[in-house]
Every structure is written in C-alpha cells, then in structure tokens.
Design a protein around this ligand. Structure first.
Ligand SMILES: [Zn+2]
Length: 473
C-alpha cells in the first residue's frame, strides 16, 4: 500500500533525521568539548602545557569511591548527551507508545527551521514564544540543545520540554488557547572523587585519563603548586599525582569539577602536598602543617617582561642627571597586564606627577607596592580588595617615561627596597581554631590518598622478581 499514514511517514523521517543528528552531535560534541576546556584563557602557560602534553604516553587508573555506576574514565563522560529527557518513555495518557520526540538543534538552526521541519505552523511557534520560559530558553539557541516535542497522531503540538537554564527544566502543555508550564529543578549531586596517576607522557594526558577535569588540572598547575613546581620544566615521566576533588553531576553530565580538596604531586623525588581550607571565607591551599603554599608576594608583577633598569643610583633617562632609582623597570609592550604582587587593599589609583597612571597597593604589615606609567587601570579602585595575581592595570608610558614599561616599587614601612632581593615576609600560617579545624580535615583526606597509592602502585608495579614468590607479610 502506498497510502501510508502521513503521520507515520513524518515520524519515520523525523527519526531517521534524529539518528543522523545524534551521531553528528556525538562526534562534534567530543570535538567541541575537549578543546573547549582550554579555549577560555589561552595563557602562555597553556601553550607551554600544550607543547609539553603533545611531546611526552601514560599509565593511569581511576578509582572513584562511592560510585554506584562505573565511571567511564578518560574524559568520555563529556561525550554523553547533556540532556536525556527521562520522561520520554513515561506514558502521558496510558498510550502504549510515547508521542514525545526529542529534537537536537544543529549549528545555525533556528527555532523557525525546527518548527518547519516538524511541519508545525509558525503561528504555533509564536504562541509558544509568548511563554516567558520559552522566550528565556530559546533566546539563544545553541547547537546541541535538546527540545522534546509532544506531537500525537493529530500532528498538533501538544507539549514541549526543554531546559530553561542549567538548573531548570520546563514542560509546556498546550491546551486550546492556554499554555500551562511546569518548572522542575534539575537535580545536581556532588560527590568526592579521587584521581591518581603516574605521568608517562604528559600531565594533561595522564590527568585527563585519570578522569580529572581540565579545570581541576588548572587548579593544580596554576594555583596549588605554581610556587613550588615549574610545570613547563620540572615534570617528568614517572612523576605521580593524587587529587581529591568534588565534582557535580546533573543527569549524567559532569558540570563542575574544579573544587580540589587535596592534592599531592611527586616530582624529582620530592612530594608536594596541598590541602584546601577556607580562611576568613576565602579558599587557600596549605601544606600538611597549615602553612600556606602561596607566597605572600610574587617576585615580578608582570609576566615575560625584560628587566630594563635595576634598583639603585643611575643616570635618569628623562631628567638627564644622576638620581636614585627607587624601583625596578620592566620593558613590555603597551597593554601588557600588570598583576597585584600580593593580596592587598588598593591605597591609590590615579595620576601622580612623574609616575603617570599609578596604583599603590597596601599589603598590610607595613608592605606597599607601587606600579607606574600605566596606559590604563584595571577594574579596581581605591579602597577595594584585590587578590594576588589579579590585573590592576596595563603597561603604558604615561608620566615621565621614554617608552612603554612598568616602574615597580616595593616599600617596607615606607622605605624603598629592591623588590628583586628583599626578603619577602612569610605568609601567615593557620593558628588556633583554624589550625584545629584544618587538621581535622587533613587526616581523612591524607588517609584517602595513601589508600589510593597503595591500591594503585601495589598493582601497577610488578616486582622484577617472579611475583608468584612474593611473600605477603
Ligand atoms: Zn623606573
């Protein structure tokens, strides 16, 4: 019979198209996701990492305690569809088959095109868009977005399901002229995971094979161990890491994994350890004894710049006479970001005669730093708090200056000191109640890491002698 039910035909066409889209989206998702983690801020460090990662293979395993279902390591969890509308199979009205169909938006596709594809009139789309939830969700339609349509045999749109935002799902039911909306919160669960591994080729490859999200790897390299380990030079095959971290999941998709609770990194025969603890409401990393891993000052407030003039007496290039140079100069291109050398309160941000656009930071305990000749300021104003490493301004040539550079001063109790040689004050260790609370947190995390190491390396490193003869005792 050629006279097939047009509804069945349409449905068949839809399904065929869906499966193709599903395939495509799976592949493109992998492509999108892996670099996406790095697209945000390609600092030079990332480029260095990328080079390092590319040049060096691996041996890693992941054990995630407390997981009911096995974790598909190697970052492939990201390949899963972010939205599996679980109610698809649920019966709406006791019918044996569901009338819900899930549509996945492809690149450049508009809502109009989707409605057209489903042979739904534009008037229905406009009706749907009168609903505020629909307007919110469909304002910017991204490739990969899933929308479920309830189109029973009459070919009319009876309902829609979509995610309004990361945390909410909406179901619209179209009944005559009315649209009824049901909003449900999408459940997010957080669990603590442990990733452990040994570097065979690169930290990134090993860590992601161990299931560690890229964001957590960045916390390791750019935050916890950045003062002690030069990840562009020091890391070698055989180095080991353990990371205890919190990850949040929503319907099978990992949505966050950057909260690293504890980490160890063994390189060059030395094990570095960092534990997260919140002091005064701010997360910091400490060693096992409660001393901050972070130095109170970074040596240079500007990256990859050349020291063009040192501290001390010199012939002033503009004034043309001998004069004490009370700071150091770094030559760098106009617009190069200048970072706060330490946590501070902004004491001054404005114009000073010879210094041009200038920022002075008060770091407490009698320490101040000054940054001059800026082309423009960062977002911080006098009186505001700024964290170490945050951008307070950009290199320029304002004031008495012969070319774009940063003039940087370091004062201790009002006396100018050479920032390159002054002994920086040690950061404040944890004390009292903080220290006690910290120690209570560290013990179980450390036990978890030790347990993991035993499991990992007892299995991973067979003895050179015949293992059968190894005594267990
Ligand atoms: Zn200078």
């Amino acid at each position: 019979m050629t006279n097939r039910n047009p509804d069945a035909l349409r449905k068949q066409r839809f399904k065929a198209r869906l499966s193709v889209q599903h395939e495509n989206s799976l592949h493109s998702r992998i492509k999108q996701h892996l670099p996406a983690a790095f697209n945000e801020r390609w600092t030079r460090r990332h480029w260095i990492h990328a080079g390092l990662f590319a040049s060096i293979g691996i041996m890693v395993a992941t054990i995630i305690p407390g997981f009911s279902q096995p974790h598909e390591g190697a970052g492939y969890s990201h390949a899963s569809l972010p939205l599996e509308l679980p109610a698809l199979q649920e019966l709406q009205d006791g019918q044996p088959t569901s009338t819900w169909q899930t549509f996945q938006v492809s690149a450049g596709q508009t809502l109009g095109a989707i409605f057209n594809e489903l042979q739904l009139p534009a008037s229905v789309m406009h009706r749907v868009l009168e609903n505020e939830h629909a307007r919110t969700a469909f304002a910017r339609l991204r490739p990969g977005t899933e929308i479920a349509f309830n189109i029973p045999r009459d070919g009319q749109l009876h309902g829609l399901r979509f995610n309004r935002d990361a945390g909410h799902r909406v179901e619209l039911n179209l009944e005559g002229e009315n649209i009824a909306a049901t909003v449900t919160a999408r459940e997010t669960t957080t669990r603590t995971a442990v990733a452990t591994g040994e570097i065979r080729s690169s930290l990134y490859a090993s860590a992601s094979r161990a299931g560690l999200p890229a964001s957590a790897i960045s916390v390791l390299t750019d935050e916890i161990f950045k003062y002690d380990i030069d990840f562009s030079k020091d890391v070698q095959p055989g180095d080991r890491f353990n990371v205890v971290y919190d990850e949040s999941w929503r319907e099978g998709e990992r949505v966050d994994g950057a909260k690293v609770l504890a980490a160890t990194f063994t390189t060059g025969g030395k094990t570095y350890t960092g534990f997260r603890f919140e002091r005064n409401g701010k997360a910091e990393y400490f060693d096992a004894d409660g001393r901050p891993l972070k130095k109170s000052f970074i040596r240079s407030p500007i990256q990859f710049a050349r020291l063009s003039s040192n501290f001390g007496a010199r012939h002033h290039p503009v004034l043309g006479r001998m004069r004490m140079h009370k700071g150091v100069d770094y030559a760098a291109g106009t617009g190069t970001p200048i970072m706060a050398a330490g946590d501070a309160r902004v004491q001054f941000a404005g114009v000073q005669r010879g210094y041009g656009n200038t920022v002075i930071l008060d770091h407490g305990r009698g320490h101040t730093t000054l940054y001059a000749h800026m082309s423009r300021f960062g977002k911080y104003r006098a009186g505001q708090r700024v964290n170490q490493g945050e951008v307070i301004g950009y290199v320029g040539s304002t004031g008495l200056s012969t070319g774009p550079h940063l003039h940087y001063e370091f004062r201790v109790n009002g006396v100018h000191r050479n920032p390159l040689s002054v002994t920086m004050p040690p950061p404040e260790p944890l004390r009292g109640a903080d220290l006690a609370a910290f120690q209570a947190q560290v013990a179980p995390a450390m036990a978890r890491i030790r347990g993991m190491e035993e499991v990992m390396y007892a299995q991973a490193q067979p003895k050179p002698q015949a293992p059968a003869t190894r005594s267990q005792g």
